[in-house]
Design a protein around this ligand. Structure first.
Ligand code: SF4
Ligand code: SF4
Ligand code: SF4
Length: 354
């Protein structure tokens, strides 16, 4: 576990990476969006938005994170570029000693507001930029906006100034047919690496489960396609949404694609929302703390389910791979089935190991 400091008030360990959701606002309307405040599907509790933090509050939050041993920052939203404090926050992070000692900053953006000034600023602050490309033909279907060419253009511009980038694809039933092309075009345009996320129920995506959820053949296929693209391009990549290991036919065959099978929520990273609320994962709708509360984690019981891996489905308890597998996404299981110990929603039709 990559957690350095115990929050003495709650007794929980705090991971060394924090995801800062700078704003609830977004200029896309992705059908797969897992932001919990976008969930409107019936039967799911509404995630109440708070007041977005001011720049002064973000500085205070960053001071607290630094004092808790956080070293790496990922910035998302909503759309990070819609937050007016984005560049001052980057400046503040890099001016802090704690974050300067090898700390990594990643920005996740949909690219719609990208411009050369942002790219130059990201280069100056040594940021890694991850841009979303959920298909080429199907980009507009997924996001409501026609901007695949724009995203590819900004990968080219980023490459020209030596900014490191990732092409980030949420794989759905509707863009599966063009996954090879999408990944290849992202890399040809200049992205250094790929990040695949399989569609998971959550946020706005709860309304589109039947349209977007991959079947087990497509889950396997997305890994094979990504590995092929990486072999052809001589690059490496990763899957961001962990897989149940038994969904994968031959785990060892992926040499260039890193396929995670262990949930890292509350162990490797945690999330601070635009109002300071803390969650275990960006996928999670559960509010477990607040950056200005004392202790910062007020729902230690839920946090510790993740930290102590106390979420293993009963179907998995005698599996020989249990030390390497958390049975896929625990938050998606909780959202879809109301129980953090339920099977991952993608696994229902797969014969799991005993
Ligand atoms: S997935 Fe990202 S870009 Fe798409 S609507 Fe959600 S926050 Fe916006
Ligand atoms: S049975 Fe459960 S623990 Fe074993 S590989 Fe499958 S999902 Fe993972
Ligand atoms: S809850 Fe765990 S498995 Fe699911 S997306 Fe978050 S880190 Fe990954």
């Amino acid at each position: 576990m990559t957690a350095t400091k115990i929050d003495s008030a709650s007794g929980v360990a705090i991971p060394t990476t924090a995801i800062l959701e700078l704003t609830y606002k977004c200029n896309h309307k992705c059908k797969f969006c897992s932001c919990p405040w976008e969930a409107t599907a019936e039967g799911h509790t509404k995630y109440e938005k708070g007041s977005e933090m001011t720049f002064e509050e973000w500085k205070r939050a960053l001071d607290i994170l630094a004092s808790m041993g956080v070293k790496n920052i990922s910035i998302s939203g909503g759309e990070a570029l819609m937050c007016e404090h984005l560049l001052p926050i980057l400046d503040y992070i890099r001016s802090r000693d704690m974050f300067n000692r090898g700390g990594r900053i990643v920005i996740i953006s949909n690219g719609l507001l990208m411009n050369d000034d942002y790219l130059k600023a990201f280069k100056k602050y040594d940021v890694h930029l991850s841009m979303s490309l959920p298909g080429i033909e199907s980009f507009k279907y997924h996001t409501g906006v026609d901007n695949a060419k724009g995203v590819l253009y900004w990968f080219e511009r980023a490459k020209k100034i030596g900014l490191h980038t990732t092409v980030n694809v949420t794989v759905t039933k509707q863009n599966y047919h063009e996954l090879f092309t999408t990944l290849a075009m992202g890399l040809i345009s200049g992205a250094d690496t790929i990040l695949l996320n399989r569609f998971l129920p959550g946020g706005r995506g709860l309304t589109y489960i039947d349209d977007l959820m991959l079947d087990s053949e497509q889950l396997q296929g997305m890994l094979d396609i990504a590995e092929d693209v990486l072999i052809h391009s001589n690059k490496v990549g990763a899957v961001g949404t962990e897989f149940p290991k038994c969904v994968i036919n031959d785990y060892e065959r992926y040499k260039r694609l890193r396929v995670g099978t262990m949930c890292s929520a509350a162990k490797e990273f945690f999330v601070v929302d635009p109002s300071g609320i803390i969650r275990t994962c960006n996928h999670s709708p559960r509010k477990v703390g607040h950056i200005f509360s004392d202790p910062i984690i007020f729902d230690a019981e839920y946090w510790n389910i993740f930290q102590n891996r106390a979420y293993i489905p009963t179907e998995c308890t005698s599996c020989s791979d249990l030390s390497y597998c958390d049975c896929g996404c625990r938050e998606a299981a909780c959202i879809a089935k109301g129980n953090v110990c339920a099977l991952d929603p993608c696994i229902d039709k797969v014969n799991i190991k005993k």
